[in-house]
Write a protein that binds this ligand. Structure first.
Ligand code: ATP
Length: 468
C-alpha cells in the first residue's frame, strides 16, 4: 500500500524541513489513539502536543509535525519542522485535497450535520472509495485533519463543517475545495455569537464560498431565511438544488411514517425516488432528501444510493434506540432513546415528535400500558432568549402524548415551571442528582427519551439507564 505521506510529499506541502526520510500511513493528533506508522501532529489545544512527541515516537509514530524540537527528543528524530503546527496541518489538508480526483461534499447546518454525513457515507459506500471522519471533526483542526487523512485514491469525501463563531466556515470550505455543499437547516443554535437567525443563515451560506466553479449547492427551502441562502448561490454562481418544503426541487410526495422506519416517495427534478430511512422521524427523511440530492449531484447511481441509505441507522447519542432488559426471566424491559449528544430547539422538537409516534409496550395483560417519558437537559449556547426558548417547548404538540417530563439543568427549570401539573416530573440542577432516583422513574414497558446538550451531561443518565 502506498504511504499516505512521505517526508518528501509532506515537505513539499508544508514548506517544512525534516532531518531524515520517513513514510506515514495515517495522521494522529492524540497519543491515546495513535497507531504505529502515524504522523503525529503536535497541535496545541487544551494541552501542548509537543509534550507528547517523545511518547508518540516511542509508540511507533513514523514522524511528528512540530514547530520546535521538544525537550527529550533528538534533533535527528523524524520531525517535520514548520513555523506553525496548525498551519502545517492545513497545508497537508489542502495538498491531500489537491492530489485526489475525489468528489468532495461539504456538510454544514444548525442541526443534522453528523446524521447527514453518516447517511452520505452509507449512501456512497459500495460506489467507490469513501472517506469521512469517524467523529464530528468539523472545526478548525477537525477539517484539515480529515483532509490530511484522505487517501489519494478516494472517490468520494464527506467533510462536516461546523461553526461556533462568525467567519469560521468559509476558510474551511475553501480548504476542502467542494464539488457539492449541503446546508441541512438553519435554526436557533449558537445564537450567542450571531446576529439572530439571519446572521446564522449568512454564516452557513458561506460554505458556498468553498465551491469549485460549477459546484452545486443543496439548500433547504421553506425557511424564513431560505432567500439568504439562495441569494448566496446567485452571488457565487453555484447551481442551487433545493429540498424539504413543498415546491422544492426535492420534496416528499408521500410517506409512511412508521415507528421503525419511514418509507418515502420523493418528487425530484429527475423523476420520482423511493427510499427507506431506518429510523422514525420526519427530520431524518428530510435529511435523506439532501443526502440523495447530493449523491446524485456527485454522480452516484440513484438506485444504489437508495439501497445504501437503507443501511444507515442513527449514530450513538443522536436518537439511537435500544431495548434495555430489566428482568430477563419475565422478558421485561423498557426502550431507551439515547439523544444525549446535542440539543437545540429544532432537534428537541424533532426528538419529541419521534417519541410521540413510538408505541410503548402493551403490558395490559400483565400490569399496565407503558408510558412515554422524556428526560430533558438544558439546551446550551442559545443566547439572551434562552429561558424563553426552553419554556416554549411546553407548547410542542407532542407533549399531549407524553406521560411525564423530567428536567435537568438551570435553564430547564423554565420548562419545568411551564409544564402542566400532570406532566411535570422532577427538576434537578445536575444530571448526577437524578442518578439515585432513576430506578423509581422508569417501569417495564416505558419508552424513555434522554436528550440535552453535551455539556449538561445527561449522557450519565443514559449510561445508568442501560445498567438498570
Ligand atoms: P453537532 O454539531 O453537535 O455534532 P450536528 O449538526 O452534527 O450536531 P447531529 O449530530 O446530526 O447534528 O444531530 C443532533 C440532533 O439533531 C440529534 O438529536 C438528531 O436526531 C437531530 N436532528 C438531525 N437532523 C435534524 C433535522 N434536520 N432537524 C431537526 N433535528 C435534527
Amino acid at each position: 500500500m502506498a504511504a499516505l505521506w512521505t517526508s518528501a510529499d509532506a515537505i513539499a506541502a508544508t514548506g517544512g524541513t525534516s532531518p531524515c526520510d520517513w513514510a506515514a500511513n495515517g495522521v494522529s493528533i492524540d497519543t491515546r489513539s495513535l497507531r504505529p506508522g502515524d504522523l503525529f501532529v503536535a497541535l496545541k489545544d487544551v494541552r501542548d502536543g509537543h509534550d507528547f512527541v517523545a511518547q508518540a515516537l516511542a509508540q511507533g509514530a513514523a514522524a511528528a509535525l512540530v514547530s520546535r524540537i521538544p525537550e527529550g527528543v533528538s534533533p535527528e528524530a523524524p520531525l517535520l519542522l514548520v513555523p506553525d503546527v496548525l498551519k502545517g496541518l492545513e497545508a497537508l489538508g489542502r495538498a491531500a485535497r489537491a492530489r485526489t480526483a475525489a468528489k468532495v461534499v461539504g456538510v454544514t447546518g444548525s442541526v443534522g450535520k453528523t446524521s447527514t454525513k453518516e447517511m452520505l457515507r452509507a449512501t456512497l459506500t459500495g460506489q467507490g472509495h469513501v472517506h469521512a471522519a469517524e467523529a464530528s471533526y468539523n472545526n478548525h483542526w477537525g477539517v484539515p485533519l480529515t483532509l490530511a487523512r484522505m487517501p489519494a485514491d478516494t472517490d468520494f469525501a464527506i467533510i462536516e463543517i461546523g461553526m461556533n463563531h462568525p467567519g469560521e466556515i468559509a476558510p474551511l470550505a475553501r480548504m476542502a475545495d467542494l464539488d457539492v455543499a449541503v446546508i441541512t437547516t438553519v435554526a436557533p443554535a449558537h445564537l450567542f455569537a450571531f446576529d439572530g437567525l439571519e446572521g446564522i443563515a449568512q454564516e452557513k451560506a458561506a460554505i458556498l464560498d468553498g465551491l469549485r466553479p460549477g459546484g452545486i449547492a443543496i439548500l433547504p427551502a421553506g425557511l424564513d431565511v431560505s432567500d439568504i441562502l439562495l441569494a448566496k448561490a446567485t452571488e457565487t454562481g453555484a447551481r442551487a438544488v433545493t429540498f424539504a418544503a413543498t415546491g422544492a426541487d426535492w420534496q416528499i410526495d408521500r410517506a409512511d411514517w412508521g415507528a421503525e422506519a419511514s418509507a418515502v416517495q420523493a418528487i425530484t427534478p429527475a423523476g420520482p425516488r423511493l427510499f427507506r430511512v431506518q429510523s422514525p422521524g420526519r427530520h431524518f427523511a428530510v435529511n435523506a432528501l439532501a443526502v440523495l440530492a447530493s449523491a446524485e449531484a456527485l454522480g452516484a447511481d440513484p438506485a444504489l444510493s437508495a439501497q445504501g441509505l437503507g443501511r444507515w441507522s442513527p449514530p450513538a447519542g443522536r436518537g439511537q434506540r435500544e431495548r434495555i432488559t430489566t428482568d430477563p426471566v419475565a422478558d421485561e424491559g423498557f426502550e431507551l432513546i439515547d439523544d444525549a449528544f446535542n440539543a437545540n430547539p429544532a432537534s428537541m422538537a424533532a426528538s419529541l415528535d419521534v417519541l410521540s409516534i413510538l408505541r410503548p409496550e402493551d403490558n395490559v395483560g400483565r400490569i399496565r400500558q407503558g408510558r412515554r417519558i422524556a428526560i430533558l437537559g438544558d439546551m446550551l449556547e442559545l443566547g439572551p432568549t434562552e429561558l424563553a426558548l426552553h419554556a416554549e417547548i411546553a407548547h410542542h404538540p407532542a407533549f399531549a402524548s407524553l406521560a411525564i417530563v423530567h428536567c435537568v439543568g438551570p435553564r430547564m427549570k423554565a420548562l419545568h415551571e411551564a409544564l402542566p401539573q400532570g406532566r411535570r416530573g422532577e427538576w434537578v440542577e445536575t444530571a448526577a442528582e437524578l442518578l439515585p432516583r432513576l430506578r423509581a422513574l422508569v417501569d417495564a414497558g416505558d419508552i424513555v427519551l434522554v436528550k440535552g446538550s453535551k455539556g449538561i451531561k445527561v449522557s450519565l443518565l443514559v449510561e445508568a439507564l442501560r445498567k438498570l
